[in-house]
Each structure stands twice: as structure tokens, then as C-alpha cells.
Design a protein around this ligand. Structure first.
Ligand SMILES: NC(=O)c1ccc[n+]([C@@H]2O[C@H](COP(=O)([O-])OP(=O)(O)OC[C@H]3O[C@@H](n4cnc5c(N)ncnc54)[C@H](O)[C@@H]3O)[C@@H](O)[C@H]2O)c1
Length: 381
């Protein structure tokens, strides 16, 4: 059966531009699908750099203005891999042009901006998804299955952390191509929108909505040089953010993120404690799921480390043989696979823009709470 081409217009050639391009290239090798992504055009502002990227990754053409890319008749889907402050403008224009949209996280700079994006894609009726890729790490997908199967029973606690250490040096600049994440105008926020967004998305997916939150943030380095202008400027992002909260199912939430945890590079962990069982997952050991079941026989009861590589584990039957693990980049391959299957079935893969908007409103409540040091209710989407 011949595959239906899906012409991709990729905007941005950085970290995520590469992760997504790799996923488009691989997905049909490992999964039987009705669609095949075609790397039609790559877009970024620097022509020489985007040409070099296109050549390396096999894109057929380049653009230096995303508006021209969106206007092209031969593009079916726009993939937004640019800094956070560009997502809304590009996504709304792409929706109005009738393009499907795959947008990087966080969806938007804040909830109201994200709401406009949701309205735009729903008005246009275009398929859409946000790249909260950790849902598709097989061990995390397995956690979802265990919870949905009722193995944990009533949930009491959800605890998540995302720890890094790369901005401790006050000489690290803010703004510009390499350090836009430190510039509040480009990023919208600091670790909350960058790192906690992932933790929140996974949590809402696994454990349902958060009702209210109480947060604190800190900006340890108050001024930094701007990479583009060389001027010393006030730092507007949160360097660290800790919040507690209450899920609608009655369980308690505890979240922490920082870029000042010396020794940690990308330590995303979560632990869920239920009445029967607990689950723990760690990005540094991403192919394992730690599971404790109180109902096991007393003498051998203990934490088991499930090597999530068997054919019956989520996504794994399509990779190598049992016992051989996969890694970070495969979560993006799985996201493309699920998106393409959703197109074929008409049942869109999650998280759509509307689903991802829930995370945006949790982030808004977290930042508002940190600002006025009070509990905040999370806006219901
Ligand atoms: N899902 C994940 O795990 C994950 C991981 C990293 C980043 N992200 C998200 O992906 C997005 C991009 O992050 P990144 O790490 O790839 O950044 P990056 O700095 O590596 O790349 C950004 C790219 O955007 C391009 N760009 C910036 N403004 C542009 C414009 N106006 N027009 C065209 N191109 C433009 C830059 O040239 C660059 O190619 C962000 O929203 C970030 O939050 C998600």
C-alpha cells in the first residue's frame, strides 16, 4: 500500500529542530503507518545556517521567513521549534492558512495567549499537537497503564522534580541565540515554563487536574549581560521554582525545579504513592520503571526495577529485541507515530493544544502564587 505523504515545514533548526527531524526520518522504518512525513522545507532566519541544516537532514528546500513557509501550498504541517515567544504568532497564522500544527512546549507564554491558539486551531479545524514528549517514553506510558488499570488504588502523593545546574555561573549571558531561555521576553518564564511544564503535563496526564497551588520562586543571579547587546540587564526569569498543590482527586502535589542543583544535568523524576503501590521514574534511567506493590508476598516484597524493553511494553515491540533499550530520541519518534495514527483514524493524539492549555494555566497559577505568596486556584480549561 502506498503511503500518503505529509509535507513538513520545520521552523527552527536547533535542539528540537534536530530531535523532530530525526523522528520524521525514522518513524516509517519502525512503525507501519498510512502516512509518511516528507522533509519539504526548513525555515530559520540565517540563510547559510538553514541551508546547511537542510542539507544535513535532507530537507528539500529552505525559507528564511516563516510567513512564506506558511503561505506555501506544498506544505501540509508546520512544526514550531522556535523560542516560546514566537509560538502563538506562528501557530495562529498557520491555523488561518489551514495547516496542521505540531508546536513545541510550552504551548504559549501564558494561559490567555494559549487560549487564543486553541481558538485558532479549533476554528480552522486543523489537527494539532504539542510536543510533551515525555508521555511517550515507554516507562512513562507504562506508568499511565498501571495507574489506569487501578494498580495503585487511591493516589495520595505526586512528587516531581526537574533539576539542572547550567546557569550557576553569573557570567552566563541572557538573550540571543544560545541563551534565550534566560531572557524573560523570549522565554516567558524560567524553569517553570521550561522544565516544570514537562512535570506538570505528565502529572495532569497521569493523575488528573490540579485544583490549587502555592508556590515560591527565586532568581539567584539578579543581573546578566545580554548576549546580543552586551548590556547588563535585570534578570526576569525564575531560576528555581518550588510549589505544592492539591489535585482534584484529593492527592497532594509537590514539585521542584531549578538550574542551580550542582551536579544535576536533566534530572527529571516523579514518584506516585497510592494505597496499594508506588511508582518512581527517573529520566537518567529512562528505560526503567521502579514499582513497589504492597500486595506482594511479605518475604519478597520490595521495589522492583522493571526493564521496560519487552514486546508487551508500550511501543517496544517495534524496536529491537527484548532486553535492548531505547532512549530519549525515541519519545519523539513515538509522538510522530501517534500523531500520524491520529490523522489516519480521525482520533487526534494527545496532547492537543486544548489539552496542553491545562498546563499553561497551572503555570500561570504557580507564577501568580509566587508573586503574591498566596494560594491560587487553577483556571479550568
Ligand atoms: N520537548 C522538549 O523536551 C523540549 C526540549 C527543548 C526545547 N523545547 C522547546 O522547543 C522550542 C525550541 O527550543 P530549542 O531548545 O530547540 O531552541 P534552540 O535555541 O536550540 O533553537 C531555536 C531555533 O529557533 C530559531 N528561531 C528563533 N526565532 C526564529 C524566527 N523568528 N523565525 C525562524 N526561526 C527562528 C533559531 O534560529 C533556532 O534554530 C522552545 O519552545 C523550547 O521550550 C522542548
Amino acid at each position: 500500500m502506498s503511503l500518503k505523504p505529509l509535507n513538513i515545514g520545520m521552523i527552527g533548526y536547533g535542539f528540537m529542530g534536530r530531535a523532530h527531524s530525526n523522528a520524521y526520518a525514522k518513524v516509517n522504518h519502525f512503525f507501519d503507518l498510512k502516512y509518511k512525513p516528507v522533509l519539504k522545507a526548513a525555515c530559520a532566519r540565517d540563510e547559510a545556517k538553514v541551508k546547511a541544516f537542510a542539507e544535513k537532514w535532507g530537507y528539500e528546500s529552505v525559507e528564511t521567513d516563516w510567513r512564506k513557509l506558511i503561505a506555501r501550498k506544498d506544505i501540509d504541517a508546520i512544526d514550531i521549534c522556535t523560542p516560546n515567544n514566537t509560538h502563538a504568532e506562528i501557530a495562529i497564522a498557520a491555523a488561518e492558512a489551514g495547516k496542521m500544527i505540531l508546536c513545541e512546549k510550552p504551548l504559549a507564554m501564558n494561559g490567555p495567549e494559549g487560549s487564543k491558539m486553541v481558538e485558532a486551531v479549533e476554528r480552522a479545524g486543523v489537527p494539532n499537537i504539542v510536543w510533551y514528549n515525555y508521555r511517550r517514553v515507554p516507562a512513562v506510558t507504562l506508568a499511565k497503564k498501571l495507574i489506569d488499570d487501578g494498580k495503585l488504588g487511591r493516589i495520595f502523593h505526586y512528587r516531581a522534580k526537574f533539576l539542572q545546574d547550567w546557569t550557576i555561573n553569573p557570567e552566563v549571558p541572557q538573550g540571543g541565540a544560545g541563551t534565550w531561555r534566560l531572557d524573560v521576553a523570549a522565554a516567558g518564564s524560567g524553569v517553570s515554563g521550561d522544565l516544570l511544564a514537562h512535570c506538570i503535563d505528565t502529572a495532569l496526564w497521569l493523575n488528573g487536574d490540579l485544583a490549587d497551588v502555592c508556590a515560591m520562586t527565586e532568581t539567584f543571579v539578579k543581573e546578566r549581560k545580554h548576549a546580543a547587546t552586551g548590556q547588563i540587564q535585570k534578570v526576569g526569569i525564575d531560576d528555581a521554582c518550588t510549589f505544592m498543590g492539591r489535585f482534584k482527586n484529593g492527592s497532594l502535589a509537590s514539585f521542584e525545579s531549578t538550574r542551580y542543583a550542582r551536579g544535576h544535568k536533566a534530572l527529571y523524576t516523579f514518584e506516585i504513592n497510592g494505597e496499594n503501590a508506588s511508582i518512581f521514574w527517573d529520566l537518567h534511567d529512562l528505560h526503567r520503571l521502579q514499582y513497589f506493590d504492597h500486595r506482594d508476598g511479605g518475604l519478597t516484597r520490595g521495589w522492583r526495577s522493571i526493564h521496560v524493553t519487552d514486546g508487551e511494553h508500550p511501543y517496544m515491540a517495534n524496536w529491537w529485541v527484548p532486553g535492548l533499550q531505547i532512549g530519549y530520541e525515541h519519545s519523539f519518534v513515538h509522538q510522530v507515530k501517534d500523531f500520524l495514527e491520529g490523522l489516519a483514524s480521525g482520533n487526534l493524539a494527545m496532547p492537543t493544544f486544548r489539552d496542553a492549555l491545562r498546563t499553561q494555566y497551572v503555570l500561570d497559577a504557580v507564577l501568580e502564587s509566587a508573586a503574591d505568596q498566596r494560594w491560587h486556584k487553577v483556571t479550568t480549561v
